[in-house]
Write a protein that binds this ligand. Structure first.
Ligand code: ADP
Ligand code: MG
Length: 508
């Protein structure tokens, strides 16, 4: 249990996250404008009449975004609402010309209801984190205040891009239920899990640096061993795992100090100050905004049929957690290896392709990938973020098929491990051709002819008579010396298994 030591005892931290992910789709949630928002696109070239709220423009719900929300909901084991509603959240700010944001507020059914994800808890055991809801809403535009000394600019390209907001649940009525986030590390693991699911399903890039994943962090504290929920503060708009962890810890300590000196916590909205890692009040309860929510009269209730949910369920790819379980069960991989191979969907697809329909290859392929391939991210044809910051022109000729062939050649004793490593290195260096072609080209063939090996062994033993005597009088550690000598004499080509066998026989 994560606790913070105060002056008068230990404190626990209670954390609730509201995570926004930008939903991948061609067009925006209520308009046909391109949703491919990114900072390199010229301002206001992807904002249409609906986005800038010209009079008379009507929103039309993007059904693909609804599908995406359903898909995500199924990915977090959630109930999908058969009927949900959109409402207007009124506020005036120039980044949203409508004067309100269309959202699915807490007192209306959201498209995705109660669900859960499993993370590793701080005690090393699996821990369920309950999710209250996930709802669809519009993103706002971007204001630019630093481009001109006296003017501000508004870019509406992002206005109306689809967001899915995922809110964790606190079981206030059932305080023994501790399926919530209770430490900075668990907050990070939860967010990584959300990101993993969103990416695996193709629902979002969920990338904090680019802003396609952002979180509001609610923090409260309570004395260790108690199970009431106390007043909380909310830190707005966090976009880095590291900052989130620092902010939670700072905010918790701030609250502990107030409580220990006899004060009370006000439900404030906080900002995080990157410079010094502190939190400070952005607005207090008194200036809490009244959004005057009301059902959007331009949008019908969102009705989702069972058929639609089933259709989407059938298209769901295997989620990384299930992939890991499969690797462990079916291939007998270690947990660590299974985790490395499921870091991204691209990696697990690569591994699956390489294993193909030969499970016997799996362990060997896993070893090669983790210990060799991952050390050379520029050289393999996995398209994923591991390759970021590497030379884009480096040859990527180690394909899943190549690695499979290499592993098969070792298993068939066509080459030994040392030769395989040489072929692998040659491929990294840009040698073209399949492993078999490379082996042929460089005359790398394993020596399996027992007669020939036996002859070399006889030579080695007769050249090292004193070592043979020592071995026979009990210095069995010398066995490796003989193996080494034989391997050297064969130019590394002998089958080590055969060498071992014959040596054992000869040395008695
Ligand atoms: P709001 O309506 O202010 O957004 P919600 O009730 O929707 O508040 O809760 C927002 C988030 O805050 C949820 O993730 C919830 O679990 C979390 N939360 C609620 N109460 C607390 C508390 N006492 N301590 C920490 N987090 C809390
Ligand atoms: Mg909220």
């Amino acid at each position: 249990m994560f606790t913070i030591q105060g002056k008068s005892g230990n404190w626990e931290v209670v954390i609730g996250l509201e995570t926004h992910i930008e939903v991948l789709s061609n067009s925006k949630i209520f308009s046909g404008a391109s949703a491919n928002y990114n900072p390199t696109i010229a301002p206001n070239t992807q904002a249409c009449m609906v986005d800038v709220a010209m009079p008379g423009m009507l929103p039309v719900l993007n059904e693909y975004c609804v599908d995406q929300a359903i898909k995500f909901g199924l990915g977090i084991n959630a109930e999908i609402s058969r009927v949900s509603r959109f409402a207007r959240k009124q506020y005036f700010y120039p980044d949203l010309p409508q004067g309100y944001q269309i959202s699915q507020p807490a007192d209306q059914p959201p498209v995705v209801g109660r669900g859960w994800v499993e993370i590793m808890g701080d005690d090393g055991n699996p821990k369920k984190i309950l999710i209250e809801r996930a709802h669809l809403e519009q993103d706002a535009g971007k204001l630019k205040h630093d481009a001109h000394p006296t003017k501000s600019f508004a870019d509406y390209n992002r206005t109306g891009v689809t967001l899915l907001e995922i809110v964790t649940f606190l079981d206030v009525k059932n305080p023994e239920n501790n399926s919530f986030i209770s430490s900075p590390d668990e907050a990070e693991r939860y967010l990584r899990k959300i990101r993993e699911i969103a990416r695996a399903l193709g629902v979002s890039r969920a990338n904090m640096e680019e802003g396609s994943m952002r979180a509001d962090v609610n923090v409260s504290v309570r004395r260790a061993g108690t199970n009431t929920f106390n007043e909380r503060c909310e830190i707005k708009n966090m976009v880095s795992f590291k900052f989130i962890k620092t902010a939670i810890e700072y905010e918790a300590r701030r609250q502990i100090e107030i409580l220990e000196s006899g004060g009370t916590i006000e439900r404030n909205t906080m900002r995080y100050n990157q410079g010094d890692g502190t939190t400070s009040v952005l607005r207090s309860k008194e200036d809490a905004l009244d959004y005057r929510y009301f059902p959007d009269p331009d949008l019908l209730p969102l009705v989702i049929t069972d058929d639609r949910i089933e259709r989407i369920r059938r298209t769901m790819p295997e989620l990384p957690e299930a992939t890991r379980a499969r690797y462990i069960e079916k291939y007998g991989l270690a947990e660590y290896d299974a985790a490395r191979l499921t870091e991204t969907t691209d990696i697990s697809k690569w591994f699956d392709t390489s294993v193909g329909d030969k499970p016997a290859r799996a362990k060997s392929i896993a070893n090669w990938m983790i210990s060799e391939l991952f050390a050379h991210p520029e050289n393999y044809d996995i398209t994923n973020e591991i390759r970021e910051n590497t030379d884009p022109d480096a040859p990527r000729i180690i394909t899943p098929e190549n690695l499979a062939e290499l592993v098969d050649m070792i298993a068939a004793h066509d080459i030994n491990g040392k030769q395989a490593k040489e072929i692998f290195t040659k491929m990294l260096d840009g040698e073209t051709g399949t492993p078999r072609e490379i082996a042929d080209k460089f005359g790398m063939k394993q020596m399996t002819d027992t007669g020939a090996i036996e002859k070399i062994i006889d030579d080695v033993l007769s050249q090292n008579t004193s070592q043979v005597e020592q071995y026979k009088s009990g210095k069995v550690g010398l066995f490796g010396f003989f193996v080494g000598a034989v391997m050297r004499a064969t130019g590394g080509k002998a089958n080590p298994g055969v060498v071992n066998e014959i040596l054992k026989k000869k040395l008695g």
